[in-house]
Design a binder for this molecule. Structure first.
Ligand code: PGA
Length: 257
C-alpha cells in the first residue's frame, strides 16, 4: 500500500444477514473498533438492500463512522424495471459505495462489461463511489490470460469516465477462483495483477492512477490480510465470508496490529 492512498476495507455480506442480524453485526463491529481505526482506514459495510435503511439509521443515530455500501444497482434513475434498485434511491440513504460487476453478478446474473460501465457511471452521477470488480477465471489464469482479461475489463468499466470522477472510483481485483474457495492469490500474484490494472488506469488517467485505490478480494481472512496489505499496489480488501463475523472483520481492519 502506498502512503498516498488510504486503505479501503469493505465487507460484502452478499445474501446474508437480514436487517436484524445486520444491526447486531454493525453494533458488535462498532464496539470493537477504535476511533483510530476509522482514521487509518475507510471501513465499508455492504448489507443486502433490505438492511440498508436500518443500518443508515443506526450509523447516523449512534454516530458510527462506518461507511455504507450497496452490492449492486441499476443504471437508470427510475423506470419500469421490476425488482431493480435505482442509484438515487441509494444516494438518498447516504450510501457512499456501490459494488458493481461483482463476478457473481457477471457469472450468475448475466452482467456484461457494458452494464458494469453503465452502472459505474450511474453511481458516479449520484456522487457515490463505485467499487468496480474485475478478475479472471481459473481457466484464464492457467492459459496465461489474466493480464489481458483484467485489462479489458478495466478499460470497458471506465469507458467515458473522466479523470476527476475516476479519482473517486475503487477497483477490486478478485480472481474468481479465489472467491469463497479458501484459496487466495499469493500476495505477489495479487500485487502483480493489481500493478497491471494500475498501468491501464495510468494510460487512461495519467498520475490520477496513483491516487486510485485498488483492493484485493478472494478468501481474505485475519490470517492473510497483513501480507496482502504489505504489498505496494494493494490498497485494501473486499471481504466476503470473513466479513460476516464482526470479530474476524475487525481483525482484518486492524491488519497493522
Ligand atoms: P470471499 O468473497 O472473501 O468469501 O472469498 C470475496 C468477494 O466475493 O467479494
Amino acid at each position: 500500500m502506498a502512503d498516498a492512498r488510504k486503505p479501503v476495507i469493505a465487507a460484502n455480506w452478499k445474501m446474508h444477514h437480514d436487517h436484524l442480524v445486520a444491526i447486531q453485526a454493525v453494533q458488535k463491529l462498532s464496539y470493537t473498533l477504535e476511533p483510530s481505526d476509522y482514521d487509518t482506514c475507510d471501513i465499508v459495510v455492504c448489507p443486502a438492500f433490505t438492511a440498508i435503511r436500518s443500518i443508515q439509521n443506526l450509523l447516523e443515530g449512534d454516530r458510527i463512522p462506518l461507511l455504507l455500501g450497496a452490492q449492486n444497482c441499476h443504471w437508470d434513475d427510475q423506470g419500469a424495471y421490476t425488482g431493480e434498485v435505482a442509484p438515487p434511491m441509494l444516494a438518498r440513504m447516504n450510501v457512499s459505495y456501490v459494488i458493481v460487476g461483482h463476478s457473481e453478478r457477471r457469472q450468475l446474473f448475466g452482467e456484461t462489461d457494458d452494464t458494469v460501465n453503465k452502472k459505474a457511471r450511474a453511481v458516479l452521477k449520484h456522487e457515490m463511489k463505485p467499487i468496480v470488480c474485475v478478475g479472471e477465471t481459473l481457466d484464464e489464469r492457467e492459459a496465461g490470460a489474466t493480464d489481458d482479461r483484467v485489462s479489458t475489463q478495466t478499460r470497458a468499466a471506465f469507458a467515458g469516465i473522466k479523470s476527476p470522477e475516476a479519482e473517486h472510483c475503487v477497483v477490486a481485483y478478485e480472481p474468481i477462483w479465489a472467491i469463497g474457495t479458501g484459496r487466495n492469490a499469493t500476495p505477489d500474484d495479487a500485487n502483480a495483477t493489481i500493478g497491471v490494472i494500475r498501468r491501464v488506469l495510468r494510460e487512461l488517467y495519467g498520475e490520477v492512477a496513483d491516487v486510485m485505490r485498488i483492493q484485493y478480494g478472494g478468501s481474505v481472512k485475519p490470517g492473510n490480510i497483513a501480507d496482502l496489505m504489505a504489498m505496494p499496489e494493494i490498497d485494501g480488501a473486499l471481504v466476503g465470508g470473513a466479513s460476516l463475523d464482526p470479530a474476524d472483520f475487525s481483525r482484518i481492519v486492524r491488519f497493522r496490529a
